[in-house]
Design a binder for this molecule. Sequence first.
Ligand SMILES: Nc1nc2c(ncn2[C@@H]2O[C@H](COP(=O)(O)O[C@H]3[C@@H](O)[C@H](n4cnc5c(=O)[nH]c(N)nc54)O[C@@H]3COP(=O)(O)O)[C@@H](O)[C@H]2O)c(=O)[nH]1
Length: 856
Amino acid sequence: MNHGAGQNPAAQQLAQLRALDDVMAIAEFAPDGTLRRANQHYLALLGCTADVAVGSHHSRWCTPATAASTDYAGLWQALRRGQAQAGPVERERMDGSSCWLQSTYAPVVDSSGQVTEVLEVAADVTDRLLRERADAAHLRRLSLASDTSDAAIVVTDAQARILYVNAGFTRLLGWRADEVAGQDAVALLLSNQAPVAIEAFRATLRTGRPVERERIALGKNGQSRWVKVISHPIFDELDGRRYTVSVYTDITQAKVHAALQHRVLEAMARERPLTEVLELICRQVEHLAPEVCASILEVDEQGRLHPLAAPNLPASYSRQLDGLPIGPIGGSCGTAAWRNAPVMVDDIATDPLWAPYRELILPLGYTGCWSTPIRNSQGGVLGTFAFYFSQPRNTASAAFHQRLVDSCTHLCALALQRERTRQHIRQLAFYDSLTGLPNRSLLHARADQAIAAAARSRETLAVLFVDLDRFKQVNDSLGHPAGDAVLRHAAAQLQLELRASDIAGRLSGDEFVVVLPQCDAGHAAEIVARLQALVATPLAVGSSTLSVTASVGVAMFPEDGRSMDALLQRADMAMYQAKTGGRGRFCFFSAGMNDVVQQRLVLETALRQAMGTAQMQLHYQPQIDMASGRLHGVEALARWTDPRLGEIEPARFIPLAEDCGLIADLGRWALREACRQLAQWRSDGLTVPSVSVNLSPTSFHDRELARTIAQTLAQHALAPQDLTLELTESVLLDANPSTLQTIAEVRALGVRMSMDDFGTGYSSLSYLRRLPVDEIKLDRSFVADLESDGAARALSNAILEIGRSLKLTVVAEGVETAAQDSLLRAQGYAVAQGYLVARPMAGDALGGWLGRMAGR
Ligand SMILES: Nc1nc2c(ncn2[C@@H]2O[C@H](COP(=O)(O)O[C@H]3[C@@H](O)[C@H](n4cnc5c(=O)[nH]c(N)nc54)O[C@@H]3COP(=O)(O)O)[C@@H](O)[C@H]2O)c(=O)[nH]1
C-alpha cells in the first residue's frame, strides 16, 4: 500500500503498521504469555472480545495437550530468550472449535536486551491446511492404488526428470524409486529410440495432447520388454509447472502373439511357401529380441538336419549343417533333436556338445545357442528352433526368450506339420502309393515339360511303355501281396537305370512308362534291353522265387508323335506288338501297327460284350472208339459269332481272352455249359459217355476250381468221370505254384485229365511223371503227316507205346482221311477224333449225328 511520496519515515512506518493492522491478526503478550492487547482481527480469529481475552494467558487458546506439552513450554522459554518462532499452530477458539494459524512470534527487546513483550502476527490457515491434509491423504491413497497396479507409472517434470515411480515400475523394469528419482526418463528407459522419435514425442506433449506408442523399454538389468506407453502432459495450476504422467503397460506377450501369430498365421493362410513362413518367424523374433539370431532346422526321417530358415546366419554356415546327423554330441540343435528336449549352451567354446562343430560357429561371433525341439502332435521331433547369442546371454531376458521360443516352436510345428500334410496330399495326388513313382497325372505333366524342352532344343526323346508279362497270373495265384511285391520290385529296378532327367511313372496295374529325354532310337534300344534285364532279376516272394519279364513298346519323339498322349498311345501299340511276338520282348512303333491295334481293340471290346451272351456257344466234336465205332466222348469247343464281325475263330479269340483277362471266365462258363449239355443229352436219352472241356493254364490259378467243378457236377447229377479236362503242356511251364495243387485237387475229385497236343512240347516225356493224366491226345500235326512222313509215323507209334506203357488212353486228333484212319488203326490206336468222324457241331445236333451213326 503506498501512502504517498512526501511522508517522513516515521509516518511511513505508522501507515504501514496501520495497513498491517487492517489485514493481519496481531496480539501483544507479556513475556510470561499474558495477553496485553489484540487487534480486532486476532480477537475475531479466536472468537472472543477484548475484555475477555486481555489478561488471559496465551495457553488459553491452545488445546489442553499442546498447553501441557514440553514443546509449548519450550516455545515461551525460547521467546523469553529473545528467539523468534514461527510455524503453523493449532488453536482453540472460545467456542471450543479448532483453527490453524500461521503464527510468527517476535520477542521485543529493550535497550538492555531484556524481552519486554512478544508480538504474535497470525493468519488463519485452517482451510488451506485442511485442504493440504486431504490432498496428502488423497495422494497416499493414489499412491497405494498406483502401487498395486501392474502398470508402471512414471511422473516426470518438464525436463523429463523422474519425480515419481510406482511399485509396478520396479516390478516391470527392476529399478527402485530411489534409484531413478531425478534421472532423465528418456535416457534411462528409451535409450534405444531414435532421436527423431523422441523429439516427435516431446513435440506432441508440448501441444498438450497425450501420446500413445508401443516401444521396447530397457530394464535395470538390460532386459527388454515391449511396453505400451501412454503419456499425459499435466499442467499443475498450483505450482504452474508442467509434468508428464506416463503409464507403461507390459504388452510383450500380446506383442509376441500379435506380431508372430498374426503375421505367421496370415502367411500360412495365404499359402506362402514353407521357407517364407519360417523366415518370417525368424525375422519377427529377431525384431522382438534383437539380441538373438534365429535358426530353424528340419529333422528328416533318417535323423539328419536340414536348414529351413536362418535369414541372419551366413548361408555358408547353414550349408555346412545340411545333412549332419542328430546325435548325443550334435551341437545345440542336433542334441536337442536327439534328446527331444531343449538344449541351452551358453558357452559354445567350452561346451562338449559343440566339440565337433564349434569351429564352424565361433568365427561368426556367436558364443551361445539355445535350441528347442519342434514337435508334432504325437510328440515326435520335426525340427529344431534355435537362438544364437553373440553376447553372454542375459539371465533377466530368459523368461522373455522362453516365451518367444514357446510361441515360435508352436508356430513352426504348425507350419512344418502343414507342409508335411501338404506333401502327403501331393504325394497322394501325384504319386503312386504302392511304388512311389509319379502317377499318371504327374507323369503326363513332367513328360509334357520334357517334350516341350525336346521340341525347343530339337532333340529326340523316347517314350517306353512297359507291361509286366503274366502279372495277372501272379496276382491271381500268389495273391495281391505278392503282386504288390512284384510291382514294387519292377518300379525299383526300372529306376536303377535311369538318369536324373529321365522320368518313370506307373500308369495303372502292371503298366509303367519311362520317358527318356535326349535319347535316340539306338540309345533307347540299349536302355530298354538293360531295363528288361533289371526287371527280370529274380525276386523272392514268400517261399517262391519269381522272375517277371516285361514287354516294352517304344515310341519316338518327334516322328511317332508330338504330344505325350500320342506317344503313349503308340508306345502302347508297340508294346502289344512286342507281346504278340512272345513275352519279354520289345518293339518300336511302326505306322502299320495302328491298324492291327485298332482291330485288336475292336475285337477285345466285342469279346467283352459277348461273354455270357448267346453269341458265345459250345460246339461238340465226337471222339469214337475205333474198334466198336461207339461214341467215346465229345470235346467241347467254344464258338463265337459276333453280330457285326461274324464268326470269329477260337484261334483268334482264345489268345485274346487270355491277354485281356477273360480266359478264366470263359473256362468257368465252358465247364458249366458242357455239364449242362451232357445232362441234357442224357435226359434226352442219348448215350454220351463223357465231355472234354479245354481249360487254359490260367484256369488252374483259381484255387476254387475244384470246388466249382464239384458243385457243377452235383448240380447236373453227373459223376466226376463224366468230365475230362484237356490241358496243354504249357500248364507245366507255368511257374505258378498253385497250378499243380489245383490239378491235384481236381484229380482227387475223380475228374479225368487229358494232355492235349501231345508230342509238340519239348518236355513231353518228363512232364508225364510230374503230371499224372488219364489220356494223351496225339497232336493233329503228326496225324496230318502220317501218310507222307515216316518220322511222323514213327513218332505216332512211339506216343502210342508211351500211352500203353503208362496205361493211358491215346486219342488221335485231326483224323481227316481214311488212309490216316487205317494207319492209326494199324498202329493200334483206340480212339479217333477228326473231320473224318465228324466236325464240331451244336449240342442239339449230336442226337441226329448219333442216330445217323447207329444207322450205318
Ligand atoms: N481254353 C479253351 N480253348 C479252346 C476252347 N475251344 C477251343 N479251344 C482251343 O482253340 C483252338 C482252336 O480250336 P478250334 O478252332 O475249335 O479247333 C478245334 C477243332 O475244330 C480242330 N479239329 C478237329 N478235327 C480236325 C480235323 O480233322 N482237321 C482240322 N484241321 N482241325 C480239326 O482242332 C481243334 C481241337 O483241338 P484240340 O483242342 O487240341 O483238341 C484249339 O487249340 C482248342 O483247344 C475253349 O473253350 N477253351
